[in-house]
Structures are given as C-alpha cells and as structure tokens.
Design a protein around this ligand. Structure first.
Ligand code: NDP
Ligand code: 2IT
Length: 445
C-alpha cells in the first residue's frame, strides 16, 4: 500500500475535508501491514473502493419558525458501504455539520458496525440545523421536512438511521411519524424509537453503558476495576449520562461533565438526582452546564475550559470530534491517567493519541468503545423483525457480551511485542478484515 500516494490523491479529490481525511489516514495506517500481507485486497482495489461512499444524498430542508419566518437548512445522507448489511448509522443535527464531518462519521461507522458482529453496513446523515433554543413545534416541523426527502432513500433492509448529536428520542419520534405516514408501513426503519412504538429497552443508555463495559475490560487487563476510580467525562448528552450512571453503579466517581460553555467539577461526584437534573437541562434545549453550579453549590464551573485539566484515573471524552488535543493529553498523563476510552467519535486528535501511546496509557478509540449504541440499535432491529420485545436484562446482557467480544478482538489484533494493547490498530484491523473479505466475496461493486 502506498499510503502517502493514496492520501495525496484523496486530498486532491476532496480538498478541505479535514475530518474525513483524518479518519481515513488513521484507518489506513493501522491496516497497512495486514493489507500488504494480503495481495488479494490490492488486486480487488479494496482501499480505493472502501474510502469512497457508495452515494451521497444532499437536499434542502425548508421549514417555518413559530413567527412565520421561512428557513432553509441542508440535509444529507451518506450511504458509505453495505458489504455486510444495510447502511446503518446516526443523524446529526448541529450547525457545524458539513460533508467532511458526515463522511468521517460514515467511514468510521463501517468498521464500528463490523466490530459489533451484527450485520450492519455503514452510513451517516444529518443537517446543519441548530436545535438549540428551538420550540418543540419548530423541531417537529424541521424533522418532518427533513424526512419528506430522506424517506425515499431509507428502509428496514436498505438504510436504517438513528440518533447522534442533536438527535434523541424526541427527534426520532417526529421523523419516524412522518416516515410511517409516507411509507404506510410500521417497519421500524429508525432506531432509538420510543418504547411504546417499537423501541428497545436500554437503547437510550446503551452507548454510555457500552463505553463503560469496554473500559471495565481495559481495566481488567491490569487487574483493576472502577471501584474508587475518579472519572472525568466531557459532554452531557446521550452518551455522557449513560456513562455517568454506569460508572457510579460500578463504584467509580464521576467528577466532571462539560458543555460548549465550559466544564463542571463536582468533587462530590455526579450521580443520582444530579444526572436527572442534567437530563432536564438537555430536555430544555439549553446546551450549557453552568446552571448545574447554581443547583449544586459544591460544584465549580470553569468557563471556556475543558475537563482534561482535572486529575483523574479514567477519562471518557463523550462530546465531539477533536475535543482532546496534545496539550490535554500531556496534562492527563502528567496527572496519572490510567485509561482513556472514547465515548464520542474521534474526540482525540492524532497528536493526543500519540502522547497516550508513547506513555503506554491504555487508550481505546470511539469505534470500539462507543459501538454499544449502534449494537443496541441492531438489537432493536432484530426485535422489530421478530415483532418481539426483550426485557432490559436481556438487552443489557447481549450488549455487555458484545462489548466484551469487541475488546477481545482489539486484544487479538492489537497486542504488540511488549504486551501493550494498541486498541486503535486492533479495532481497525478487526473491523476492516470482515468488511474487506465480504467485499472480495461480493465482486467489484
Ligand atoms: P448530544 O447532542 O446529546 O451531546 C453532544 C455534546 O457535545 C453537547 O454538549 C454539544 O454541545 C457538544 N458539541 C457538539 N458538537 C460540538 C462542537 N462542534 N464543538 C463543541 N461541542 C460540541 O450528542 P451525543 O451524546 O449523542 O453524542 C456525543 C458523541 O458521541 C458524538 O461524537 C457522537 O457522534 C457520539 N456517539 C453517539 C451515539 C449515540 O447513540 N447517540 C453512539 C455513538 C457515538 P453544543 O451542541 O452546544 O455544541
Ligand atoms: O455514532 C454512532 O454509532 C451513533 N450515533 C449510533 C448509530 C446507530 O445507528 O445507532
């Protein structure tokens, strides 16, 4: 594999798509060795085919606000690769959304979904719509308009979207309602649905729970567990709250959460009613964490800062891409961090990952750590197909097993000569091999 040539060609073809190019480089660097050992991949053009999405749909989303003013946002769906199953991946609503971000997320999703062992291909979509400060009725009108275009592209055996940043149960409800009306079917095409209309128990918590199950396996390799561990979490959304809940349950203490306004340090631990307070904050569309410090006076609010300056044993970045840079990584290492597990997608920059790996800190990437969300989406699809609902114990047990299995795959493909587990390599190689072999079997498509 001529990695630099592939990257130069891609940069020429897709100038300025920094997040997408960053994600591709990371995967290619990890798989270079195994790719070169398998010349059949090269002759089938696997790399050239896997780095380009099968297709991209772009559409306009016009909607009317409460004062009668018309707005137009951009909508996208990137159907990246369906070698092992229908396209599957979330929808992100955030003003920063652009094609580069959705392509990076869709590309990562291919290998993440492969790791889950479930039959799901990779895709991602979303809009530059900003849900912050919008009324319920505005969110509904936007979601309905978005689905008026998207529904033609998706289906339970074709492409199954779900939530991501800015898209939770409420938005899935509005979008699913419109899909159901247009298609005249109740086939469960979106996942993350409400429990009364086809959703799965545990899906709301699944990404956070899964991330902590994965981190638990990492700690186990050093004969450690969460008991008494101090944990720093960023974000306070879909992923962060489930992680905070599970860390607390396992005896750890979560001391930070963050929003775009800054972070909260709560030395007493963020658990129980405090997590419920955070959920209420999120439900009011206010993406800020400062009010937490009014409600719980022992907590300190650090304006405009990231939580990585707090001394902790375990760090779980759960907000967004590139939110943990080289300096943050150096501070974490200096403060004795033992384990960093990515709840978000690509939250650590390549330079930060290098710092962790140089210092032999256990570090695992989003596509392994946060795969519990999409895995439980897969379990929701299974339940929809069977027209059955599993109990929360059953879903949780399957989720836990899947996370253990992903950890085993990472150890299998990522353990280096000195015994250090390179989880980045392990996850990328294991995820890639299954997809590449499927692509070989299916012919040039
Ligand atoms: P939420 O919208 O619930 O929370 C995301 C948080 O990150 C918000 O506080 C948001 O604040 C902040 N954020 C988003 N974009 C940016 C940005 N560009 N710069 C700074 N802060 C930002 O999202 P989720 O919890 O669903 O997602 C968090 C991460 O986890 C994402 O990386 C997502 O892709 C990943 N993930 C989510 C899964 C799920 O099931 N939901 C599954 C697997 C991974 P603000 O909007 O104000 O910027
Ligand atoms: O990044 C992700 O894996 C998600 N946002 C969840 C995708 C899904 O289909 O459940």
């Amino acid at each position: 594999m001529n990695l630099e040539k592939i990257m130069t060609d891609l940069e020429k073809k897709h100038p300025g798509e920094v997040e997408y190019l960053q994600a591709v480089r990371e995967v290619l660097e990890s798989i270079e060795e195994i790719y070169n050992e398998n010349p059949q991949f090269e002759s089938a053009g696997i790399i050239e085919r896997v780095v380009e999405p099968d297709r991209i749909l772009t559409f306009k989303v016009p909607w009317v606000d409460d004062s009668g003013k018309v707005h137009v946002n951009l909508g996208y769906r990137v159907q990246f690769n369906n070698a092992i199953g229908p396209y599957k991946g979330g929808l992100r609503f955030h003003p920063s959304v652009n094609l580069s971000i959705l392509k990076f997320l869709g590309f990562e999703q291919i290998f993440k979904n492969s790791l889950t062992t479930l039959p799901m291909g990779g895709g991602k979509g979303g809009s530059d719509f900003d849900p912050k400060g919008k009324s319920n009725a505005e969110i509904m009108r936007f979601c309905q308009s978005f689905m008026l275009e998207l529904w033609k592209m998706i289906g339970p055996e074709t492409d199954v979207p779900a939530g991501d940043i800015g898209v939770g149960g409420r938005e899935i409800g509005f979008m699913y309602g419109m899909y159901k009306k247009l298609s005249r079917e109740h086939t469960g095409v979106l996942t993350g649905k409400g429990i009364n209309w086809g959703g799965s128990l545990i899906r709301p918590e699944a990404t956070g729970f899964g991330a902590v199950y994965f981190a638990q396996e990492m700690l186990k390799t050093k004969n450690q567990d969460f008991k008494g561990k101090v944990v720093a979490i960023s974000g306070f959304g879909n992923v962060a709250w489930g992680a905070a809940l599970k860390v607390t349950e396992l005896g750890g203490k979560v001391v930070t959460i963050s929003g775009p306004d800054g972070y909260i340090y709560d030395p007493d631990g963020i658990s129980g009613e405090k997590i419920n307070f955070l959920l209420e904050l999120r439900a009011s569309n206010q993406d800020i964490v400062k009010p937490y410090s009014y409600e719980f006076p022992n907590a300190q609010f650090h304006q405009g800062k990231r939580p990585w300056e707090v001394k902790c044993d375990v760090a779980l970045p759960c907000a967004t891409q590139n939110e943990l840079g080289k300096d943050d990584a150096q501070t974490l290492v200096k403060n004795g961090v033992m384990c960093v597990a990515e709840g978000a997608n690509m939250p650590s920059t390549p330079e930060a990952i290098e710092v962790f790996q140089e210092h032999k800190v256990m570090f695992a990437p989003g596509k392994a750590v946060n795969a519990g969300g999409v895995a439980t989406s897969g379990l929701e699809m299974s339940q929809n197909s069977m027209k059955l609902n599993w109990s929360s114990e059953e879903v949780d047990m399957r989720l836990h097993q899947i996370m253990k299995n992903i950890h085993e795959q990472c150890v299998k493909y990522g353990t280096t000569a000195d015994g250090y587990v390179n989880y980045v390599k392990g996850a990328n190689v294991a995820g890639f091999l299954k997809v590449a072999n499927a692509m070989l079997d299916l012919g040039v498509l």
